[in-house]
Design a binder for this molecule. Sequence first.
Ligand code: BTN
Length: 262
Amino acid sequence: MASRALDVAWCTGQLRTQLVGATLLYYPQLISTMDEALRLAATGEPEGTVIIAETQSAGRGRRGRRWHDQPGHSLLFSTVLRPTVEPRGLPILSLGTAAAVAEVLSSRYDLPVATKWPNDLLIGGRKVGGILLEGRGEAVVVGLGLNVNGQPQALQADVDRPLTTLEAETSAPLRREEVLVGVLEKMDGIYQQFQAGDSDGVVHRYRKFDGLLGRAVCITVGTEQVYGTAEAITDRGALAICTAEGQREIAAGEVQLLAECE
Ligand code: BTN
């Protein structure tokens, strides 16, 4: 599919949300939508504003990784939020965002999407999207990168894990605007649920897509590697694993399926 700028006016006209996407700010190029969202948040930007870029010169992922995009083919955006829950609850916001994307990909496009805790989105074991949460003061910025159109080879360059795009999985290009509106509407509903204190409900939605359950994993927690079998996502959004020493709850870490670890 030929590269084309995102039709933000169409998205604004379609969007039916209470808060998320109240303002959509579109940039042909940014260093990172995270930086712009954090900058705006620090100057009092109201929650719900979404910063979208067609391409990023230094898109970032978790753990200092780069996030690559294909201009005109990817979805790259960050949302400014001002949650009132205590910071300990914030991991659930990132699980909720993963659930929002997974629900859209599954229900609208019939894709067999799975999450890899905490916030990778996979199809057939290949990564199609990722979520990054960063805070500044009272504000939290939730970033999403989603490989919509184009072929994965164009993104693979220096990335050592298998990647995919929605186009590669559906064998047809998707209208990015429809994906964006769908995701923002789901995010809006989940954010209302989260703010109303229904974290259990948010985690319940995430669990439906949990691709780790019963899998042998190794988890990097700081400098430690923990081996075990993934057992559950707890109500607090942690990963419970069964290790040789007993059950353990991991609040934050980098998961690899055991086969990938060795
Ligand atoms: C990950 O899987 O490691 C998280 C990837 C997050 C990428 C998105 S793209 C939009 C936003 N801007 C960034 O620089 N990063 C996030």
